[in-house]
Ligand binder design. Structure first.
Ligand code: UDX
Length: 436
């Protein structure tokens, strides 16, 4: 099948590459000439494990091409994916400027039937708006379909190739047939393509992310209770997670969720609800809890250092919002670092992938180390903000030799409390007993 993907950001590039991998001929279109040049030359523009290999292979086979020319890019395509940014607008609602702008340009270009697919996370009713924007200029036949993505950064290729489910919102039989054929190779193992109307598909994406965010904020509040009651959240998590109705996954407390999706989508669903005069009370609380959680370690650190952080030097392991990505959007680590710096502390950070992005955004407000151990030199305490695998079983002899005090504040519960207590550390984590 011939496919066009408009927008070569994170979602667009993964989508385009993975469709090429199953034998489709994919043209990716972007207005950023620099990016298109880099991608065409085989230089990948995002960090995503496993993507580069299939990107290069499909580029070589010419199943994957890049252009800035929208007309040329969509000319032969049967399906046109919109993978454009939908940043939060002034009031938190998703800004549809890019999506609708491209839709109206498409209207001027189309000459034959196409399925136009919303892949970006867009508010309920967007398919209808896209339909209208195209129809203003194009009187022929076309369909607009909502097909939200559920990719997780770090495992996006796997999520795309083996999805738990594919959600397709369309009421057109013609579009349904084309989308069924397109996704057939991805659902061979038996996972479903769930067809529904456009609005339900649009809401499904927000509901999924908001529900997952709710799970996290809920566990973060249980962790707060554990700290006050002397219970251990790890035990409670296992105790409830073995109930199949609750499930084991996504129950890990920490210093809050971040990234490009959860904060934005929760906020957008609250806003969309308000537009239809519904007060989404649970989601507002989910947001509030997350805001507080990002600074959950701060009072603990203050208390340990007698409310005087001036001149203190802290090692920060992890800057990315989660492991296996260089993405620092809404990363809890940066909120915490900022708060500590505002109280007069200095931060020496190490992150396996995210340091270049942090340098670009905050420059030398933070110092950067060559390795996780170099970051420890003469530090007053170690703070852990992202659960990269290499932080899980570190060499404690090296840590001992470098840290000024045997003190660790762990925002991701990486270590066993008893083990670290036996090593003589003062160790504070989330929702678990303090080791002194
Ligand atoms: C998420 C959704 O999972 C994905 O389906 C959607 O398409 C995009 O948004 P992503 O943003 O890549 O994907 O991150 P994810 O792995 O879901 O984690 C989100 C945040 O939640 C991270 O900050 C992570 O640290 C936090 N988290 C996750 C927890 O604090 N506890 C958990 O138990 C799980």
């Amino acid at each position: 099948m011939k496919i066009a993907v408009i927008g070569t950001g994170y979602v667009g590039l993964v989508t385009g590459t993975c469709f090429a991998e199953t034998g489709n001929k994919v043209t990716c279109i972007d207005i950023d000439a620099d990016k298109v040049e880099k991608l065409s030359a085989g230089e990948i523009t995002i960090y995503e494990p496993g993507l580069e290999k299939i990107f290069l292979r499909n580029l070589k086979e010419k199943r994957l091409t890049f252009t800035t020319d929208l007309a040329e890019g969509v000319k032969d395509a049967v399906i046109v994916f919109l993978a454009l940014p939908t940043p939060p607008g002034e009031n938190g609602a998703a800004d549809l400027r890019y999506v609708l702008g491209v839709a109206s340009q498409l209207g001027k270009l189309l000459t034959d039937y196409k399925v136009v697919v919303d892949k970006s996370t867009v508010p309920v009713g967007t398919a209808e708006k896209v339909q209208k924007a195209i129809a203003e200029n194009f009187k022929g036949e076309f369909d607009v379909v909502s097909n939200p993505e559920f990719l997780r950064e770090g495992v996006a290729v796997d999520d795309f190739m083996k999805p738990d489910r594919v959600v397709v919102g369309t009421t057109s039989e013609r579009a349904r047939k084309i989308m069924t054929d397109l996704y057939a190779p991805f659902v061979r193992q038996g996972n479903p393509v769930i067809f529904m109307d456009e609005k339900s598909a649009e809401l499904t994406k927000y509901a999924a992310n908001s529900f997952l965010a709710t799970k996290i904020s809920f566990m973060n509040e249980i962790a707060q209770l554990c700290e006050r009651l002397g219970a251990d959240v790890d035990m409670v998590r296992r105790g409830i997670g073995s109930d199949e109705r609750i499930g084991k996954r996504f129950l890990f407390p920490g210093i809050g969720y971040g990234g490009s999706c959860f904060p934005k989508d929760v906020q957008a669903l609250v806003m969309s609800s308000e537009e239809v005069k519904y007060d989404f009370k649970i989601l507002k609380a989910v947001e509030q809890v997350n805001e507080l959680q990002k600074l959950h370690l701060l009072p603990k650190i203050r208390e340990y250092f007698n409310n005087d952080l001036k001149g203190k030097r802290f090692t920060l392991w992890g800057l990315a919002f989660k492991p296996n990505t260089d993405d620092i959007r809404e990363a809890p680590a940066l909120y915490l670092a900022d708060a500590l710096i505002n109280e007069g502390a200095t931060i020496v950070a190490f992150d396996p992938e995210a340091m270049p992005n942090v340098k670009k955004s905050v420059g030398d407000r933070i110092s950067y180390a060559e390795s996780q151990y170099d970051a420890l030199n003469d530090a007053d305490a170690l703070i852990i903000a992202t659960e990269w695998s290499e932080f899980r079983t570190p060499d404690f002899e090296i840590i001992n030799s470098k840290l000024r005090n045997k003190v660790i504040f762990d925002g991701r519960n990486l270590f066993d409390v008893k083990y670290i207590s036996d090593l003589g550390y003062h160790y504070e984590s989330i929702g678990r007993p303090i080791a002194k």
